[in-house]
Design a protein around this ligand. Structure first.
Ligand SMILES: CC(C)(COP(=O)(O)OP(=O)(O)OC[C@H]1O[C@@H](n2cnc3c(N)ncnc32)[C@H](O[C@H]2O[C@H](COP(=O)(O)OP(=O)(O)OP(=O)(O)O)[C@@H](O)[C@H]2O)[C@@H]1O)[C@@H](O)C(=O)NCCC(=O)NCCS
Ligand code: ADE
Length: 290
């Protein structure tokens, strides 16, 4: 495929991933077309506006990966950070200050650039990502203890308080939740796209530490283990295609709403998995029927 054309397709798949994720329903702890979940400040329309505000950003990330001509991969990541900060600003402008896709700006931007680079050179994607993000956690958290408490981000606060490295740790390790759990789950899944993506989301919840969940629980040290148990119970019941699995899913939707718990970080990992599924052709329109 001609490189400029490939770069445009990669950027388009990033946008598709954002729009597909928010369309999946009924997602516990998240916004979808039928429910705001525990997010009174966002609806599916906020997510559509947010996604469209990021089009130029993904084109820039794809272009960066397509034109990068150096073996020093951290330099490719360094190119993304300033455009990522500008993209975050565009997102907040499109949503009137609501955080819809902050995690996705960071992680999907990385995956888009890494995919453009790896696909062009025929390299392994995970190796490229790990190369780009070498030292990320150490560098980002190096001076965090010197920051005034009021200036700390949620991720920085959780790191200082509990040593949780959050999305940065997941990213630096090459997104193991995505590559070792979520993508295999998506590949093996069957049914409609909605059913397959619900099961993939719950495979993510069963295997990750979602700092958004931890933050919303007020730092409850059991909340991650509890979420793992719930997701595993849903998967053991057969997931979205069985009546028991579906009942469990509806129950989880109620519980997450009642407890005001969010799975925002898991949604971001689902976005990444959808993007990779689209790139490798495991999510095709023959499963798009409802
Ligand atoms: C490294 C950054 C991601 C910044 O990190 P930061 O320290 O600012 O924030 P974190 O809290 O660590 O996380 C940022 C977002 O990442 C998502 N996330 C969290 N855990 C995971 C995970 N395990 N896997 C994947 N993604 C994860 C999460 O996004 C989701 O949550 C959103 C809602 O979040 P928030 O508004 O905080 O929570 P609410 O409870 O809803 O709000 P309140 O009611 O409290 O107001 C949801 O929509 C998801 O998107 C985190 O938000 C990166 O941004 C960075 O480097 N920033 C610096 C600038 C930069 O360089 N940017 C460009 C990078 S290319
Ligand atoms: N559907 C969703 N609901 C809430 N936060 C999210 N972050 C990414 N997708 C999300």
């Amino acid at each position: 495929m001609e490189t400029t054309n490939q770069s445009a397709t990669i950027a388009n798949d990033a946008l598709r991933a954002l729009l597909f994720e928010v369309s999946v329903t009924p997602k516990p702890g998240l916004v979808d077309p039928a429910s705001q979940g525990p997010h009174p400040d966002m609806t599916v329309f906020t997510f559509i506006d947010s996604a469209l505000s990021l089009r130029t950003y993904f084109e820039q990330c794809a272009a960066a990966g397509t034109t990068f001509d150096d073996a020093n991969l951290p330099a490719l990541f360094a190119q993304l950070r300033p455009i990522g900060i500008a993209a975050e600003r565009a997102m907040f402008q499109a949503t009137n200050g609501v955080n819809t896709h902050k995690g996705a700006v960071f992680s999907l931007g990385i995956l888009v650039a890494a995919s453009a680079y790896s696909e062009r050179l025929g390299l392994d994607l995970e190796t490229t990502i790990k190369g780009m993000l070498k030292g990320l956690t150490t560098n980002d958290f190096a001076h965090v203890g010197d920051k005034p408490e009021a200036d700390l981000t949620a991720g920085e606060r959780l790191y200082l308080r509990y040593g949780i490295t959050g999305i940065r740790g997941e990213a630096e390790q090459g997104y193991p939740t995505v590559f070792a759990h979520a993508l295999p789950a998506l590949r093996q899944s069957s049914g409609t796209a909605n059913q397959r993506l619900l099961d993939t989301l719950m495979a993510i919840v069963a295997n990750s530490v979602d700092t958004n969940l931890v933050k919303r629980s007020g730092g409850d040290s059991h909340v991650v283990a509890w979420a793992h148990e719930q997701a595993n119970a849903y998967l053991a019941a057969g997931g979205s295609k069985t009546p028991t699995g579906w009942e469990k899913l509806l129950e989880l939707n109620r519980v997450f709403d009642d407890r005001n718990l969010s799975l925002g970080g898991s949604a971001d990992l689902l976005i990444l998995t959808i993007f990779l599924g689209l790139r490798e052709g495991v999510l095709t329109n023959d499963s798009f029927n409802f």
